[in-house]
Structure formats: structure tokens, C-alpha cells
Design a protein around this ligand. Structure first.
Ligand SMILES: [Zn+2]
Length: 444
């Protein structure tokens, strides 16, 4: 009895749930006209979805439970599905726009700083903000739930499932057969398919995406040693056992410089054509820029993978980075790709941990780079430059990222720090630890 009680109180490690998508399942046209009904429905749906997306982007905060606002021939259930999808689209549009706007503000700040210092080069132009257009929905894409689209196993052996779709005319139920390829059958064998499905019209045909949840048990022993991870640009990952994975410097940096020069030339050309009254201006977003972003993400994925492969039988601690901290650390990167890429690192750590069943705990990042890992002194001047940590009190010196990763490692299970509401409170706790260290070591 006693034993049971104690075990129950111990916080159980929750298994990770990973949602996996199964794509490229084509809907088959059996009797003519069936998919035409779906086409008609989709057009009405898309128009409604667009109306709500516009409202959610321009007038109100996205709210999937908002009261209905527009008249539509769609059923109440379909109407709700459209509002939910529009809210999702608007939410990510707003996040991306906000990030771009913040980057613009930073560039402007840097420009002004250089201006007052008289350090602007002759070609520099004050950054300009161009307001984003509201997203236009071109693709016929429906994120449906079980209220409007149901997947039912087929009794007939020639198909695997029926997709039962409520049609525009609410009394009618459109039944479209679904046939799996061998690959789909293999992947989905023994799985419980999620009730929400996605329908896409592509290349003249309709496709359905199904998904299932996979529960990955956490393999990590609760006493497994903790490895702290510091996240940065110079080194994507520095671990508390002194290893480093991936960097933005070197090749990636060179590519970024070339891309930046290219965009500057394009912007100049644009300005020049604009003056001459040319109407169709070339776009300033570059394809090579998009490729570069993809490439940075691949490098990050590779670094995180390598780090996990290098450290079997451990658990990880990593930072819960705030946008402000990320910005601070990402100064070396080009503004438009800074924050989103640095944020990709913790996301990738979480994903790797989930799929491998490894425990990874996010801890507070406040002062992790300024705190001395020996005496807990917190001081900006402990970091004379980006790479060096040198404690002004106890003289401890190390690579700055290594010092930070040691602090992060120790923050797992640090309930006192976890209880802190903000940076100020974290600092108070750290300084009291520093005072205790001094007293303990007979410091004057
Ligand atoms: Zn120290």
C-alpha cells in the first residue's frame, strides 16, 4: 500500500504522441458526376473560407469558435469547418507577418544606429516596410472532421474504405470509394486512423490525406545522466560534455552573403524601374533565398540527429528560448531568416526526442549565458566576447557555449528556478546562490 502510494506520487514520464500523415491516396471516380459534386462543394467552401480568413487577418483575432458571419448554402457543420480552417490559416499568417515586421524593426534600428555613428556606407538605404497582402486561397484544400466527412471500412472487397461526404444538399451523402496502394495498406496495418481527413484537388484529381497517432514510449531511465544543450548560431548545438554540432559560419555564411548581394542588386533595379514608371516590377524575394533557408534547416536537422545518435542512454535539457533571446543570439544572421531558423533548433530537438522515445526537458533560458557555472555570479562582463566566458569573481574560464550548456544541464529538476515568474526573479535566485557560494568558500 505504502509502496503504491509513493509510486503514484512520482511524476510519471508521459509517452510521446507523434501524428503521422499518409498522403497520396487518390479518390477514384466510379460513376461519373460524383466528384463533380465534390468540386461544386469545394468551390463554395473555398470562397467561404476565404471570407473568414480575410476577416481573421484584417479585423479580428482568429477564433475557430466565432459566431457565423456570412450567408452560405453550406450546412452548419460545413460552415464551422470552414471557420476553423480559416482561423488556422490566419493564425500562421499573422505569426509570419509579425516575425517579418519584427525583423524590419531590427533592421531599421541597426540602420539608425549606424546613421548616428556615421558608419553608413554610401549605398545603404533606410529599410522600408511593405504591408503584407491577405492570403489568397488558390488550392482546393479541405481540412475536414468527422462531422462532415466520414471514413468507413468497405464491406466490398474491391475497395478498402468509403469516404462519406455530406454534400451541399444536406440530405445527400456522397460516397466515394477509397482504394489503397500496397504501400498505404502496409503503413496503416493495425493502426487507428484519425477521424480528421484532408482533401486536396491536384492535377485534376482529388486526393485524401489520412493520419494516425503513434505512441512512442519513453525509453529513458529516470536516472539517466542529463546532457545540457546550448543553442546558437556559431554552433547550432553545444553539449555539456563539450561537443559541438553544426554551424552557421563557413559555407552557409558565404551563401547567405552572396544571396544578400543578389537581393540588393534586385532591389536597386526595382527602384530604378519604379522611377521610370515601369508597372510590372521584378519581385525582391529570391528563389535562392528560399533555397538557402531550406538548406539551413537541413543542416540543423543533421546536427540535431548527430547529437542524438552520439548520446545513447542519456536525457537532454535544452532551452526554452524566448523571441527576445533568439533575436539577441541571432544577430549574425540575415534579418529575414534569423528568428525562424533559430527557433527551428528547439523544435527539431523536441521532434527527435519524441520519435526516439528520449526524454528531453525544456528549462528556463534566462541568464544561462551570463551565469558562471562554478560560482553562479551573473554579470554581462563575464562574457568579454561571443566565444569566451571568464568569471570576474572566481576566474573560471571556458568556451561561452560550454559554460551555458552546463548551466542548462543543471536546471533540470531545479524547482526553485522553475517557480520563477520572470527574468528578475531568476536573477534574484542566482545571486542568492552566488552569495551562498562566496560564504561557503570563505570569500571576503
Ligand atoms: Zn565564477
Amino acid at each position: 500500500m505504502q509502496q503504491q502510494k509513493r509510486q503514484r506520487r512520482k511524476k510519471p514520464i508521459q509517452p510521446h504522441t507523434v501524428t503521422k500523415a499518409v498522403t497520396h491516396i487518390r479518390l477514384i471516380e466510379t460513376n461519373p458526376g460524383k466528384l463533380a459534386v465534390l468540386d461544386a462543394l469545394a468551390l463554395v467552401y473555398l470562397a467561404l473560407c476565404q471570407q473568414y480568413a480575410t476577416v481573421f487577418c484584417t479585423q479580428e483575432q482568429p477564433d475557430p469558435f466565432r459566431d457565423t458571419l456570412f450567408a452560405t448554402p453550406l450546412s452548419e457543420r460545413w460552415h464551422r469547418v470552414a471557420i476553423q480552417q480559416a482561423a488556422g490559416i490566419a493564425r500562421s499568417w499573422r505569426t509570419n507577418r509579425e516575425q517579418a515586421y519584427q525583423s524590419y524593426l531590427e533592421e531599421l534600428e541597426a540602420y539608425r544606429e549606424q546613421e548616428t555613428e556615421g558608419a553608413l556606407d554610401g549605398q545603404a538605404k533606410e529599410p522600408e516596410w511593405r504591408e503584407w497582402d491577405v492570403p489568397t486561397l488558390h488550392q482546393l484544400c479541405i481540412q475536414a472532421n468527422a462531422n462532415v466527412v466520414k471514413l468507413e471500412a468497405s464491406e466490398d472487397s474491391s475497395f478498402d474504405y468509403w469516404l462519406k461526404i455530406s454534400a451541399l444538399d444536406f440530405r445527400k451523402l456522397l460516397a466515394v470509394p477509397v482504394k489503397f496502394a500496397d504501400y498505404h495498406r502496409k503503413v496503416l496495418a493495425g493502426k487507428t486512423i484519425n477521424t480528421s481527413v484532408q482533401l486536396n484537388k491536384r492535377d485534376g484529381g482529388w486526393w485524401v490525406t489520412l493520419s494516425y497517432d503513434e505512441v512512442v514510449p519513453v525509453q529513458t531511465e529516470s536516472e539517466a545522466p542529463v546532457i545540457g544543450i546550448d543553442i546558437g548560431i556559431a554552433n547550432f548545438i553545444t553539449t555539456s560534455d563539450g561537443k559541438q554540432y553544426g554551424t552557421f559560419h563557413g559555407k552557409l555564411r558565404e551563401r547567405q552573403k552572396r544571396d544578400r548581394a543578389k537581393r540588393r542588386r534586385k532591389a536597386k533595379l526595382r527602384a530604378c524601374l519604379d522611377k521610370k514608371g515601369v508597372e510590372n516590377l521584378p519581385s525582391t524575394t529570391s528563389r535562392s533565398g528560399q533555397r538557402l533557408i531550406r538548406h539551413v534547416r537541413q543542416e540543423i536537422n543533421r546536427a540535431v540527429n548527430e547529437c542524438f545518435a552520439d548520446h545513447p542512454n542519456v536525457q537532454f535539457a535544452y532551452e526554452n528560448l524566448s523571441i527576445a533571446t533568439m533575436k539577441h543570439r541571432a544577430r549574425a544572421m540575415n534579418a529575414y531568416m534569423r528568428v525562424s531558423n533559430l527557433a527551428h533548433i528547439p523544435r527539431q530537438i523536441a521532434w527527435n526526442a519524441a520519435k526516439r522515445g528520449v526524454q528531453a526537458t525544456r528549462v528556463k533560458s534566462a541568464y544561462s549565458s551570463q551565469e558562471c557555472s562554478v560560482c553562479h555570479s551573473v554579470e554581462k562582463k563575464n562574457r568579454p566576447d561571443q566565444q569566451t566566458f571568464c568569471c570576474l569573481v572566481c576566474g573560471h574560464s571556458a568556451h561561452a557555449d560550454l559554460n551555458a550548456s552546463l548551466n542548462i544541464q543543471r536546471r533540470v529538476g531545479d524547482t526553485e528556478l522553475r517557480a520563477c515568474k520572470d527574468r528578475k526573479e531568476v536573477k534574484v535566485v542566482l545571486l542568492s546562490r552566488h552569495a551562498a557560494w562566496k560564504k561557503h568558500n570563505g570569500w571576503p
